[in-house]
Design a protein. Structure first.
Length: 361
């Protein structure tokens, strides 16, 4: 530890996905100098946030929507009608150009291991250096923390249990019966897998299919619903959980193919499949959990005041500020976990944190 670099700054931004880059942009726009007044730390080896790890078949034509970062439209960085370009290529390219255009130096790869208070400063212990800051914006997102529900018998299952994060190609599942659980990401993967093998789709609640386009207004309404929860200290729902499933051409085709016959969640996992409370069983070689992600916040455990039920009371204009510790903002958590919420939240976090720190920022 004695040989590691020690770096002192005013504000640390952890994470350089959409939320982190948006925050950095607004900090710089407000007169702070990157490297001196604030630093951006990122665990990933290259620009792109979680997008660089998405499955190869996710293209610009199949992704829900990619929202612009402030000050630079995404469409300016791709060729016209480049709909079949992999999202895992196009978005990281966009982020790389964005970092260069606005001079947002990002320290990477740096894994933040823990954050703690010492002498009224936030000390940030990383894999390569020790940073300290007066304020912190955490934008680590959720990709590194997949949620896997616990079911009786799971440890006895002889097949594979995978998560959305593990998906690469549909061809991997050929010849295997796959039980797919979850919402909007499940639809995308279910569509591909059902073309090469048999599937069973299960969800906790009956799916709601929404007619018409999912525009910005609908997105902001969904963000507001999630925001209300975190202001009350409740664990956040995902934004997509309150938007419903868009009735896209893909969904219409899946309905025609009979793929969207939905079953309620099973009650237990058996060695060879799954079982419901009514005694019905389904054999399966793979259970694919499309059950979402939780905030990757374990490194903040020593500085985040938790409520009963493990929630965090959030405050501020867009619910990015930790109510009981206004020197810490969470961007990309709860209402700002979606791309539609991350940009505005980054601006709010930058503005409000600088106000809290006053002349020290």
């Amino acid at each position: 530890m004695a040989n590691r670099i020690r770096y002192k700054t005013n504000i640390a931004v952890i994470g350089a996905g959409q939320a982190g880059l948006s925050t950095a942009y607004h900090l710089k726009r407000r007169g702070l100098e990157v490297g001196r007044d604030f630093v951006v730390l990122d665990e990933a080896p290259s620009p792109g946030g979680a997008w660089q790890f998405r499955w190869p078949s996710l293209t610009l034509s199949t992704v829900n929507r990619i929202h612009d970062l402030p000050g630079m439209p995404f469409e300016d960085t791709i060729a016209t009608n480049a709909t079949e370009v992999k999202a895992s290529v196009a978005v990281p390219h966009y982020y790389e150009l964005y970092e260069k255009k606005f001079g947002l130096q990002v320290y990477r790869p740096i894994k933040v291991e823990k954050v703690y208070w010492h002498n009224d400063r936030l000390h940030i212990d990383t894999s390569t250096a020790l940073f300290s800051a007066l304020g912190l914006v955490n934008a680590t997102g959720t990709w590194q923390n997949p949620y896997l529900p616990e079911y009786p018998g799971a440890d006895l299952f002889k097949g594979e249990q995978l998560h959305t994060k593990d998906f690469k190609t549909a061809e991997y599942f050929q010849g295997k019966h796959v039980v797919v659980g979850g919402g909007i990401s499940a639809i995308q993967l279910l569509d591909q897998i059902s073309k090469v093998t048999t599937t069973t789709w299960v969800t906790r609640r009956p799916p709601e299919f929404k007619e018409g386009p999912f525009d910005d207004e609908a997105g902001h309404r969904a963000v507001a619903m999630v925001e209300e929860r975190v202001r009350n200290g409740l664990p956040p729902l995902s934004v997509v959980s309150v938007t419903g499933l868009p009735m896209s051409p893909t969904v219409i085709d899946m309905k025609k193919r009979g793929v969207l016959k939905r079953f309620p969640m099973f009650s237990e996992i058996t060695p060879i499949g799954v079982k419901w409370t009514d005694g019905r069983e389904e054999k399966a070689e793979v259970i694919l959990w499309n059950t979402g992600f939780k905030g990757a916040l374990s490194h903040l455990e020593a500085v985040l005041p938790r409520e009963e039920g493990d929630g965090i009371v959030m405050a501020g204009s867009l619910a990015t500020m930790v109510a009981k510790e206004p020197r810490i903002h969470l961007v990309g958590y709860g209402p700002s976990a979606s791309t539609i919420g991350a940009n505005r939240a980054g601006g709010a976090a930058a503005r409000e944190l600088m106000k809290t720190l006053g002349s020290n920022a």
